[in-house]
Design a protein around this ligand. Structure first.
Ligand SMILES: Nc1ncnc2c1ncn2[C@@H]1O[C@H](COP(=O)(O)OP(=O)(O)OP(=O)(O)O)[C@@H](O)[C@H]1O
Ligand SMILES: [Mg+2]
Length: 337
């Protein structure tokens, strides 16, 4: 409101000068030149006031931003972290995961996961499928402890994930998520984020496995190419390849791929698939994919719907059962058949 109000006051000033001035000039008390001079004075007077109003607008923006920053600083630091003595040891984790009657809702009133139970042996490849919004990503978020379960529990090698320190827990996982996350820096730095002490050769090797090496070579500065703030100077699929390279470099005990190859063309996907299969050997991995052809060889497929597991088994078992999964699978290959 400041600027328009100042403008109106300034313009009213002109009007007053003109009217009063005209009256005086007609009566012969001042000359036209005096009016002209007065208008000039009014302008000089008005200018600093306008500047003050501009600054006050900036001050208000600053106050609003500062409020958010202080809100963030006041946020409690990880409130329910376990103490050093009580914390479970992440070194001994083999990768067996058990979901025990997990119940969770972002809003406690509206549960997203109703009663999710599944047992995963170490080294197994688990696929989670289901329609959009079924709660697949939510299960992963719970596993990584971005959110805590409302009831039930998630166990890693028989110790509840709440007994691990968050840092330790997350260092066990490597993940490639639906939303890729890259930051302003060179391509090599972005890949190296998976393992900060990695050498250039290791970074390159990881990129080769992820089929990203080829496109990086064609970039203007290769591995030194700077990604901009939103990483919009590489394509969506290329971003995914970079995050896959990062996960490969990280070499985690448990691998999570949430639609990791959704933006990559089918041929590149097949290439990555081979690399991934090597990577997943002997490693527990969770794979979420809408293209069911990519998860056919999973040890266990969990079919989710509205936060519940409605079917589980291997690809052949589920096809033979001729239920939800079979319908989903056949719908993707209807054109081929
Ligand atoms: N941060 C959030 N806050 C509140 N509700 C959320 C949040 N994230 C997801 N949801 C809700 O939880 C439900 C499950 O979401 P989720 O992301 O797990 O689906 P999904 O199975 O991964 O789907 P997609 O196949 O599209 O990735 C959805 O109904 C969604 O609206
Ligand atoms: Mg999802």
């Amino acid at each position: 409101m400041m600027m328009p109000i100042m403008n109106i006051i300034g313009n009213l000033g002109y009007v007053v000068v003109c009217v009063v001035g005209a009256h005086q000039a007609i009566n012969g008390r001042i000359t036209i030149g005096d009016i002209q001079a007065f208008i000039q004075y009014v302008r000089n007077f008005q200018q600093p006031i306008m500047q003050v109003s501009q600054i006050s607008a900036q001050l208000q923006q600053t106050m609003a931003a500062a409020e958010r920053i202080f809100g963030f600083l006041d946020e409690q630091e990880i409130p329910d972290e376990v103490s050093d003595e009580e914390a479970a040891d992440p070194e001994v984790v083999t990768g067996a995961v058990r979901f025990d009657h997990v119940h969770f809702g972002y809003d406690p009133e509206k549960p997203v996961i109703n009663d999710f139970s599944a047992t995963v042996a170490a080294g197994q490849k688990i696929a989670i499928v289901g329609k959009t919004g079924a709660g697949k990503t939510t299960v992963i978020k719970l596993l990584m402890r971005f959110y805590d379960v409302d009831s039930g529990g998630i166990l890693l090698d028989d110790s509840d994930i709440r007994r691990f320190k968050r840092n330790d827990l997350r260092s066990l996982f490597g993940m490639v998520l639906q939303e890729t996350w890259l930051y302003n820096g060179s391509i090599a730095d972005n890949i190296r984020y998976g393992k900060l002490e990695a050498t250039d050769e290791e970074v390159k090797a990881a990129a080769q496995v992820a089929q990203a090496d080829h496109f990086i070579q064609t970039m203007p500065d290769g591995y030194d190419m700077k990604l901009n703030e939103e990483a919009s100077n590489v394509s969506q699929g290329q971003k995914q390849l970079l995050t896959i390279a990062r996960a490969i470099l990280h070499d985690p005990k448990i691998l999570i791929l949430d639609e990791a190859t959704s933006s990559v063309d089918t041929r590149t996907e097949q290439h990555i698939q081979k690399a991934m299969d090597n990577l997943m050997k002997g490693r527990t991995s969770f794979i979420i994919a809408h293209r069911l052809s990519t998860i056919k060889n999973a040890d266990l497929i969990l079919v989710m719907d509205d936060g519940d597991i409605i079917e589980q088994g291997s690809h052949e078992e589920l096809l033979a059962a001729n239920g939800h999964y079979a319908a989903l699978y056949n719908s993707q290959f209807a054109d081929v058949a």
